[in-house]
Design a protein around this ligand. Sequence first.
Ligand SMILES: CC(C)(COP(=O)(O)OP(=O)(O)OC[C@H]1O[C@@H](n2cnc3c(N)ncnc32)[C@H](O)[C@@H]1OP(=O)(O)O)[C@@H](O)C(=O)NCCC(=O)NCCS
Length: 138
Amino acid sequence: MTTYTFTLDSLSADHLRGGFFVGWPNPPSPETHLRLLQGSSHVVLAWDDGQVVGFITAISDGVLSAYIPLLEVLPAYQGRGIGGELVRRMLDQLKDFYIVDVVCDPDMQPFYARHGLRPYSAMILRNFARQSGHSTGA
Ligand SMILES: CC(C)(COP(=O)(O)OP(=O)(O)OC[C@H]1O[C@@H](n2cnc3c(N)ncnc32)[C@H](O)[C@@H]1OP(=O)(O)O)[C@@H](O)C(=O)NCCC(=O)NCCS
């Protein structure tokens, strides 16, 4: 049974070894994954059998705005509603912010539209030399 948590209590890198960041040539390690979860203002984790099988993060200024940079469900767990539930629970945490933004591929827009988001345009920068994470975390 899938359960959901909002805190990182007793979470370790060993809970994150299921194979996240599918398709990333230079993915963050489970230890770096733990660090980015700890650095996020909001997280929701999906658990099954003692392992994290899905996660979503948000980064916020605590006043007006929040940004959702990462959402992923392990391939073996996709198509069961876990991704949608992570989004639903995250948006509930962010319901008092004026701005809540996600950048996504066009084919993902219907998925987010089901949760009330609408298409817009974005500008992005990707530093592929740092795809595995900032060296110091500063
Ligand atoms: C997107 C993702 C989190 C969805 O997780 P999930 O647990 O399968 O989601 P749900 O079961 O709640 O919903 C499945 C729906 O996701 C949508 N979806 C998933 N991947 C999609 C894609 N690449 N393109 C378009 N829609 C997609 C579909 O609408 C699907 O609906 P269907 O079941 O009717 O086909 C998961 O596919 C994933 O981890 N993908 C890789 C990482 C990623 O793309 N993250 C989003 C970054 S913006």
